[in-house]
Design a protein around this ligand. Structure first.
Ligand code: S3P
Length: 414
């Protein structure tokens, strides 16, 4: 089915989390416009309230009074949100006292050792289930800056260390194997923190304080990817997706769609709170297979499920590799895509770190397990729309994690 029209995705999830966290850390009043109104961001908001920030809403603008965070009196529940759990671990490592953190049935299975290990080196103490999972308790206090090389490119781990570095004595340096999304670096600079960035190495010297600022959150490119792939894969389609964050550490999927032959262009580029923003125009055509691997992976890690859908509809063999991180997201997204596609009669090859898809493959109607993963649910809904089939999802409410109103927004484009 063709798609035609215009849509505006909800606020960027990564930037929304950081706006509430940084507003809570900053002295003064931070006003946040365009924040994503979703369950994940709600988890961050509640966590920052537990840590002592006053957060309210005036009309459509969130207002955060921050600057004096303290040990919470109750357990912080990060819900489904890895960003909340990991970044808050970094913040709480620098707060005198004990913070206890937990999450939902998905989050308690996701790796926390990757933040525990370096934060312990900085001087925080942890008590965690099996040493590396939620629930966990952090005994925070005086930290010292360290130099740390990340084993995987992870914006969440990098951000946890930089946030801990704000309250540490001395310089904290984080080196990444490949550049991951850099919203933390951009927003820290927006809040007046000095950072030294050289290729994949980021340093800041603590103690450093944040000054309250206004944040206008741009639309989420990860949400824009769903209508973008629908349009790209259906000849005769055209969609204009307005107000999308065009940060190059997030726009990998646009490069992939271009490589697959889709006319993709960006108009009206501007800047908001240190982030480039623009309008994305995508037209439909005959997609060609491609290889997605290496340094490109972190810039499209959350878009791989919907790029698998694009690959199913493209001509030829698409190979996705170097994406083992997908196995530790909200669910194992490689396994979830392979399994969902098999329920629709589509065979793809599962690799330890990716997939091989020989397209075009036309799926039949059927029922798909989402594993309550928002991006799996939305990817299969787009596959259904693009192929004119019925796909029955076992959980549709999970899309609220990142894209409340997704089904209605897509309906309007038909
Ligand atoms: C995020 C970073 C990414 C991404 C996640 C959000 C962030 O995870 O998958 O959805 O806001 O920093 P990793 O940093 O673990 O790769």
């Amino acid at each position: 089915m063709k798609i035609n029209g215009e849509t505006t995705p909800p606020g960027d999830k990564s930037i929304s989390h950081r706006a509430f966290m940084f507003g809570a850390l900053a002295r003064g009043t931070t006003a946040i416009e365009g924040a994503l109104e979703s369950r994940d961001v709600q988890s961050t908001r509640e966590a920052m309230r537990s840590l002592g920030a006053a957060i309210g809403k005036k009309g459509d603008t969130w207002v955060v009074e921050g600057g004096s965070l303290r040990e919470p009196v109750s357990v912080i529940d990060a819900g489904n949100s890895g960003t909340t759990a990991r970044l808050i671990s970094g913040i709480c490592a620098g707060i005198d006292g004990v913070t206890t953190l937990t999450g939902d049935s998905s989050l308690v299975c996701r790796p926390m050792g990757r933040v525990i290990e370096p934060l312990e080196k900085m001087g925080a103490r942890f008590l965690a289930r099996q040493g590396r999972y939620l629930p966990l308790a952090i005994h925070g206090g005086t930290l010292k800056g360290i130099s740390y090389g990340l084993k995987v490119a992870s914006a969440q781990v990098k951000s946890a260390l930089l946030l801990a570095g704000l309250s540490a004595r001395g310089t904290t340096t984080v080196q990444e194997p490949t550049r991951s999304r850099d919203h933390t670096e951009r927003m820290l600079a927006h809040f007046g923190v000095k950072l030294a960035i050289k290729e994949n190495t980021i340093s800041l010297t603590g103690p450093a304080s944040l000054e309250a600022r206004e944040v206008r959150v741009p639309g989420d490119p990860s949400s824009a990817a769903f209508p973008a792939v629908w349009a790209a894969a259906t000849p005769g389609s055209q969609v204009l997706i307005r107000n999308v964050c065009m940060n190059p550490t997030r726009t990998g999927f646009m490069n992939v769609l271009k490589r697959m032959g889709a006319p993709v262009s960006v108009e009206n580029i501007r800047e908001q709170a240190g982030e480039p923003v623009g309008d994305l125009l995508v037209e439909g055509g005959a997609l060609q297979a491609t290889t997605i691997e290496g340094e490109e992976i972190p810039s499209l890690i959350d878009e791989i499920p919907i790029l698998v859908v694009a690959a199913c509809l493209a001509q030829g063999r698409t190979i996705i590799r170097d994406a083992a991180e997908l196995r530790v997201k909200e669910t194992d997204r490689i396994a979830a895509m392979v399994r969902g596609l098999s329920h629709l009669g589509v065979r793809v090859e599962e690799l330890p770190d990716g997939l091989i898809i020989d397209g075009p493959i036309r799926p039949r109607s059927g029922a798909v397990e989402t594993f309550s993963d928002h991006r799996i649910a939305m990817s299969f809904h787009i596959l259904a729309l693009a192929c004119d089939i019925e796909v029955c999802l076992d959980d549709t409410a999970c899309v609220d994690i990142s894209y409340p109103g997704f089904f209605t927004a897509m309906e309007r484009l038909r």
